[in-house]
Design a protein around this ligand. Structure first.
Ligand SMILES: CC(C)(COP(=O)(O)OP(=O)(O)OC[C@H]1O[C@@H](n2cnc3c(N)ncnc32)[C@H](O)[C@@H]1OP(=O)(O)O)[C@@H](O)C(=O)NCCC(=O)NCCS
Length: 156
């Protein structure tokens, strides 16, 4: 655990209030996270870093990983009242430190790529995703619907 300024960082999500985490994601514009299911998602993650102001969760980030070569970052969110103070950067550093020599993958929400570039990410020329809902992913700006709408795609 590290302490910087008034913010504490640790992986102690078990003591967090997941209804508060649901509100954090909504306020950060990422949509809600069902508290019970999201608690289980954190348990199944390789790393889940929480930023605390006292007993309030003000930021969070998760990593899925094999603990060796491949890791994927998901759900990095900082409450709007706390953005721009280096909290997102510190969450990313701690996630990376949890598997230091791994390649880390992510897909950013539109408008946030600049943040990830600041913490070491590059555009990937061959990156692809298989969204659970391609139409929704296209509407949200993650994929070009035109790239696949006309294709003779047969999802397996
Ligand atoms: C994106 C987010 C996690 C960044 O967290 P943060 O605590 O505000 O960011 P930091 O203060 O650590 O910023 C680190 C650096 O990234 C830059 N940065 C932050 N947000 C940025 C953005 N949206 N675009 C470009 N650069 C950004 C900062 O200026 C800072 O640069 P510096 O080191 O040169 O000063 C936070 O703004 C957030 O939760 N946004 C809403 C939810 C979201 O979009 N999450 C990402 C999901 S993929």
């Amino acid at each position: 655990m590290t302490i910087e300024h008034d913010i504490r960082y640790n992986d102690d999500f078990e003591v967090a209030d997941f209804a508060q985490i649901d509100k954090l994601f909504r306020s950060a514009g990422l949509g809600g996270r069902d508290p019970e299911r999201y608690h289980e998602a954190c348990r199944r993650s390789y790393a889940c870093i929480v930023a605390w102001d006292g007993d309030r969760v003000v930021g969070l980030g998760r990593l899925l990983s094999d603990g060796y070569v491949a890791s994927a970052v998901f759900d990095v969110a900082v409450h709007p009242d706390y953005q721009g103070r280096g909290i997102g950067r510190r969450i990313m550093e701690l996630l990376h430190e949890s598997v230091p020599n791994s390649t880390h993958l992510l897909f950013a929400v539109p408008g946030v790529k600049g943040f990830y570039q600041k913490v070491g990410y590059y555009d990937c020329k061959t990156g692809m995703i298989r969204p659970s809902n391609p139409e929704k992913a296209a509407q949200a700006g993650y994929i070009e619907w035109a790239d696949c709408a006309g294709a003779d795609a047969q999802p397996v």
